[in-house]
Design a protein around this ligand. Structure first.
Ligand code: ADP
Ligand code: MG
Length: 694
């Protein structure tokens, strides 16, 4: 850990070169935790050991060495030639001890959060294995549902559409990640998942669905965890209704930014290819089948509404579109949207509030932020428009504050009615920690901002004579996070010509923030994904959910504004188990009052990853405790001195700066007016991202 060591720079040289940015493409084990011995030292260790060493136990993919992709894909087509074949009718479930051992080895913890009257709980009293009794009225009950032993079992045991299993194999997914192995059985078929379990205290309603909260690391495959059950439920209902072709809007996925919404649509379309299930990204101007909407969808519907609706939006054309009351209805089974966009459609001024009567599933991706101050009213506004009696929700994130959990519980977990739908929480690993595949570095860059530029240049040009022992090796491409839009722009201006022309010059660096048009944002993201851009300077707009597979590093040029923000920002690297991601956080004297929370996350994350070089205790003790008020202020507005115009990042002379400022002021003013006129930048304008940006 490089805390407070800037003075000791100066020896180690790295071998990095600007001419060959190597996006990490090594195949990785997507499972972050797979220690089969974990938990064996507990009371029932002998029994558990038996489980881990029986032949059956070797059938679990996660205890065995990963097979090559081809083998697994083949297996999907001709399932389990060498393994004992589970009968399709008679599902082979793990017994309680096996289940507990598997859940423990993968650090999965299930808890029933909702409160159910004692009388309704059918807690089995087993002599041999005691279900820990709730200690008090508020104590939570642990659950032990069946884990998913392999993707093939989605077909064999949980009877999902074979096409979905094929589509997973086609994408090269061999092993389910922890969040997938924990959540998929429970979400696809809760009755089966809870069958062998003492946790039949979960009283399922007629539709057997549950409400669900998942807290799992960044890049651990949460998207597929909610998409697979959603697409499968639609296919199942379609098959049951005898109307295999019709599109009924059954599910909403809400995400905080358009970039993330687009990404979910793309992943959904790959998963649902060939199934007939249609996933569409919601755009301004679209109409959905609402309660007062048109009944006869087939006549009135948007026949060509294929994937154009879901493709990267051309927002300039959006701007001119207004929802026409008699325009075509978009046909879709699943809509993915940012909250304000959909709420605007549902509660348009001057017309009656619309409802979405067929939506049975609301998925909140990055749910903690969707239920936090910024988006709460918008999100809950949409929920209140979904009037189906069987409405269920699920909420996904890598971080989850206790206040958000309490809100979920209040809204969904303790109704007065007799039938409280079970609300189950899954936590993978330690809550609110960074992914174990990332290496963390805190670098003190001096009293003021200048040291940051200097250190960043050292990271960009590690072969220069200034390289030091404390500057980590960091392969391109990487992301640089700053606090505001202004700082993103000015850092970009400062670094624009950092790469030599022969390496692509200014085309290798870009800035992305909420003051840019959506089409410009989309283009930059596409170029970054294609490895044409090597350094992307951005704000918190990109901190959540965005999956750039090849990102080798994240630089927090400006301190993240909360511990959760740290977890999400650095979670843009080390995804899907890719090792070697580097997270570098700069701090100056001004950051010290806020640093302890970040240092705590780093320390905890390193401990969890089994790494030795955490922040030394004496240093941790030396950092001041972050005051509650400061914490709040930081989260809302960022570090004072980096806000607004005073926060430019530059080495230019004051005169040049002033001249440029005037020019930029005029441009910014005109851009702002344009955005205001457009009036649709709901999630950029005043959000955690845009808000701090502004
Ligand atoms: P999260 O939402 O948890 O941050 P994502 O759903 O964005 O993570 O997934 C991160 C990456 O992992 C994506 O590129 C996704 O395609 C990939 N992925 C998902 N599931 C698996 C799997 N079982 N095996 C390998 N890669 C996976
Ligand atoms: Mg995600």
């Amino acid at each position: 850990m490089d805390l407070l060591k800037i003075l000791s720079r100066g020896t180690k040289k790295t071998t990095n070169s600007v001419s060959a940015p190597p996006p990490s493409s090594k195949p990785a084990n997507p499972q972050l935790y797979h220690d089969p011995t974990r938990g064996l030292k507990r009371k029932r260790n002998e029994e558990a050991l038996d489980v881990a060493t029986t032949d059956d136990a070797h059938e679990f993919d996660f205890f065995a060495a990963p097979d090559p992709v081809e083998t697994r894909a083949k297996e999907t087509e001709q399932p389990k030639a060498t393994k004992p074949q589970p009968k399709t009718e008679e599902v082979q479930l793990l017994d309680q001890d096996e289940v507990r051992q598997v859940l423990r080895s993968h650090r999965l913890k299930f808890t029933l959060l909702s409160k159910h009257e004692e009388a309704k709980l059918k807690v089995k009293k087993s002599k041999k294995k005691e279900q820990p009794k709730p200690k008090s009225k508020d104590a939570k009950l642990s659950l032990y549902p069946q884990p998913l032993t392999s993707f093939t079992d989605l077909r064999n045991a949980y009877k999902i559409s074979p096409r979905l299993v094929e589509n997973l194999a086609k994408q090269g997914f061999r092993l389910p990640t922890e969040v997938q192995l924990g959540s998929l059985p429970l979400l696809i078929d809760p009755k089966t998942a809870l069958k062998n379990s003492e946790s039949d205290s979960v009283k399922l309603g007629d539709d057997e669905a549950i409400n669900f909260l998942a807290v799992a690391p960044t890049g651990s495959g949460k998207t597929l965890s909610f998409l697979i059950p959603t697409v499968n439920a639609i296919l199942k209902r379609r098959a049951g209704s005898g109307k295999p072709e019709g599109h009924v809007l059954e599910a909403l996925v809400i995400a905080p930014t358009r970039e993330l919404a687009h990404q979910i649509v793309r992943e959904g379309q790959k998963l649902a290819a060939g199934t007939g299930v249609k996933i569409v990204g919601f755009k301004k101007g679209m109409r959905l089948p609402t309660e007062d909407g048109v009944e006869n969808l087939d006549e009135d519907s948007n026949e060509d509404g294929d994937d154009s609706a879901a493709s990267e939006d051309d927002e300039e054309s959006d701007a001119s579109e207004t929802p026409k009351s008699d325009g075509p209805i978009t046909k879709a089974d699943i809509i993915v949207t940012t909250p304000m966009l959909l709420l605007n459609f549902l509660t348009k001024k001057g017309s009656a509030r619309k409802t979405l009567p067929h939506v049975r599933s609301i998925i909140l991706d990055e749910g903690d932020v969707l239920l936090d101050e910024l988006f709460r009213d918008q999100t809950m506004g949409i929920v209140s428009c979904c009037t189906n009696e069987s409405l269920r929700f699920s909420c996904w994130s890598a971080t989850m504050g206790s206040n958000i959990e309490a809100l979920l519980l209040e809204k969904f977990g303790q109704t007065e009615s007799a039938s409280v739908v079970p609300l189950v929480r899954l936590v993978v690993g330690l809550k609110d920690t960074a992914v174990p595949s990332v290496n963390h570095h805190l670098i003190y860059t001096g009293d003021n901002e200048r040291g940051k530029l200097y250190t960043l240049r050292q990271l960009l040009h590690p072969n220069s004579s200034n390289s030091s022992t404390t500057i980590p090796e960091m392969g391109l491409p990487f992301l640089v996070f700053v606090q505001t839009v202004e700082r993103a722009s000015s850092l970009y201006e400062e670094l624009k010509f950092e790469f030599p022309a022969e390496a692509g010059g200014s085309t290798r660096i870009a800035a992305l923030h909420s003051n840019m048009s959506e089409s410009a944002r989309s283009k930059i993201i596409a170029r970054f994904r294609a490895n044409e851009i090597w350094v992307l300077i951005t704000t918190d707009l990109l901190m959540r959910g965005i999956d750039f597979r090849g990102v080798n590093g994240v630089i927090n040029f400006d301190l993240p504004t909360s511990a959760a923000a740290y977890v999400h920002r650095v979670g843009r690297t080390g995804r899907a188990g890719h090792e070697g991601g580097v997270a570098v956080t700069f701090y100056t004297k001004e950051d010290i009052p806020f640093l302890k929370n970040i240092a705590n996350v780093i320390s905890l994350s390193e401990k969890q990853a089994g790494k030795e070089d955490g922040i030394p205790k004496w240093l941790m003790d030396a950092l001041p405790k972050v005051q509650k008020e400061d914490k709040k202020k930081l989260k809302k507005k960022g570090v004072e001195s980096r806000r607004g115009n005073k926060a430019e990042i530059t080495t230019k002379s004051a005169w040049e700066k002033r001249r440029e400022n005037n020019r930029k002021g005029a441009i910014a003013g005109s851009k702002k007016r344009k955005i205001e006129n457009r009036g649709d930048d709901s999630d950029g304008g005043n959000s955690e991202w845009g808000g701090l940006d502004g």
